[in-house]
Write a protein of this length. Sequence first.
Length: 363
Amino acid sequence: MNKQNRGGAIAAPKKIISLILAAVMLLLAAGVIGYFVTKPNGGGTVTELPPVMDGDGNELDPSKVHELPSQLVFTRSFTGGVNDSYQGSVNLRATVKPSDAIDTKVDWSVAFMNPESAWAKGKSVTNYVTVTPTSDGSKDAEVTCKGEFAEPVLITVRSRSNTNASATCQVDFRQKFLGFKVTLENRFNQAPLEWFQPDKYSADKETITNAVKASFMDETDTKITASVEFSSVYTLPAKEAADMVITGIDITMTRGLYDVLGDTGLDPAAVENLAHIDGTSSTSVKNIFDGPWLGMLGATGDSGRNKLINALAGYNGAAYTIGIELNNSGNAAVQFQITIDTSLIVSQKGVESVTLGDSTLEF
């Protein structure tokens, strides 16, 4: 009985120790695996603004007639690369008082607020905003935004019978969020590399993945810069600008590259030390895909270098992801991928040995 009791007492701690060790291993695995990301996220979700609004932000339905507001705000234009059927127009109605006046006809006109401003000078306002009455003297008119503009436009409605009676509406164009951009520069790449995640109103091409050249014969500093892109022609700044401040860049090794490096026999601790890099919106990264990076991985000697070169040359997946963090959120709003361009390193292998043939040579 006593032996059984002692045996049970000993067995219980073994189970507890096993559970503790299992928990520790899970935590360690989570700490390591948590570094790695396998695919990029789509990002850059912003509040969808109506195509045209009044000064208070109320949407103006293009299919209805609206009372002439004191301010009109367009967020898209007829020629602005909009991917929907909106035609950049709104129907407005001027109010003449008293409504039973003898002559209630009005004339509509449009002009830049400051036609001599640096942007407006030499430009025709009707290339950007037009006003078309439904008939001669009508109080109803269609206002169309034909393109982005950087000088406020004034629409004036004036009574024909009393030119001192008039009303003015200011027309503005809201700045548009275009997307997220990352630029990478170093000596190995002849020109800066760019990644871009466009919003729906950007005409620029999406680039989620770029190949970065590696060279193990030299050392280089790599500069990575992230930015939030907005349109440059506007009269009102984008409201999102204040809420889309880049507070960090997260550069993380992918699980695919981690496994490839592990299969070459490199020290796991050395690989983990290079698995995660934190930075600001403009970060200078030392020792990535260069000679010191090779040494930091522990790929020493010609044999170690050659083995790593062969492994990287045979790997076609993403090597790192670049995540952009906004407003200290702790999460990536968008992620891009880095692949390795091995065109330089495949010719940088070292000599491992010299051998002779098996046959003998007789004179």
